[in-house]
Write a protein that binds this ligand. Structure first.
Ligand code: APR
Length: 245
């Protein structure tokens, strides 16, 4: 990698795996498929059955319970070396930096990251389906919870479900267009629009690097792929890129 100035980092569930949070599609390690009954009880569910507007409309109690359990699980996990290294880069990097996470956990911010966008929403936030207000929320969020902004009993998990528009896409696309280095960490490249960012970055001339446990659906689009644990690869890469700064 030559001397980058403007960096975009995309992270996925793999960056939080070593903190003990499940992923969605990893071939190795614990996925939500393995533990979903811990969240929802012994009946078999697929993750996608609780991540759509139809699921929320059809069984709000189930969907709210799934996210209540995931929100509660945050108290039992901590940022790992990958989150800490990215926060160090955020604090030290003199050029532009944007960490775009697909994750809804709060581990990047708990590690200290500030130049951060949660494109798929956040567990520790509630969204009003009536007025669109978003606000921090800890603890359980029962269906019918009242929105403090508009008074409607319409608070829902602030999660971008399949088929809904991710947050801050204009800001993300502008950062990708300006980037001269795009780094993808711990994502399977299975879900768009995030999976398309690497092609967009390359189109605008950025160098592209993938750090992942296994080859992903997008690996062939990257200039370079390094395979291994994020907790090992990310600190090493941050050292390397800070040395060019
Ligand atoms: N270090 C690095 N990579 C890892 C690690 C690890 N310790 N553990 C797993 N991985 C990799 C897996 O090999 C996999 O390629 O992280 C990737 C995780 O992929 P997914 O489980 O599909 O998660 P993600 O890519 O973030 O999913 C995208 O899909 O379900 C939706 O909205 C949800 O944001 C999520 C989106």
């Amino acid at each position: 990698m030559n001397k980058p100035r403007n960096i975009v980092v995309l992270t996925g569930a793999g960056v939080s795996a070593e903190s003990g949070l499940p992923t969605f599609r990893s071939k190795s390690g614990v996925t939500y498929w393995d533990v979903i009954e811990d969240y929802l009880g012994p009946k078999s569910y697929r993750v996608e059955d609780v991540c759509t507007p139809e699921a929320l409309a059809g069984d709000p109690v189930l969907v709210h319970r799934f996210y209540d359990a995931r929100r509660a699980a945050l108290a039992g996990v901590a940022p790992n070396a990958a989150h800490i290294a990215l926060a160090r880069l955020d604090a030290a990097w003199p050029g532009e930096l944007l960490i775009v996470t697909q994750n809804v956990d709060d581990l990047h911010e708990r590690a200290g990251a500030t130049r951060l966008v949660h494109m798929h929403g956040e567990l520790r936030s509630a969204l009003c389906a009536a007025c669109g207000a978003r606000r921090p929320h800890a603890g359980d969020l029962p269906p019918g919870s009242v929105c403090p902004a508009c008074g409607a009993p319409a608070l829902r998990p602030d999660i971008v479900f399949f088929g809904e528009m991710p947050y801050q896409m204009a800001r993300i696309e502008a950062a990708v267009a300006d980037a001269d280095l795009f780094v993808s960490i711990g994502t399977s490249g299975a879900v768009y629009p995030a999976a398309g960012f690497v092609q967009m970055a390359a189109h605008y001339g950025a160098a592209t690097l993938e750090l992942n446990l296994e080859r992903s659906a997008g690996s062939s689009s990257f200039d370079e792929t390094r395979l291994g644990l994020a907790g090992v690869l990310v600190p090493a890469w941050v050292e390397e890129v800070l040395a060019t700064g």
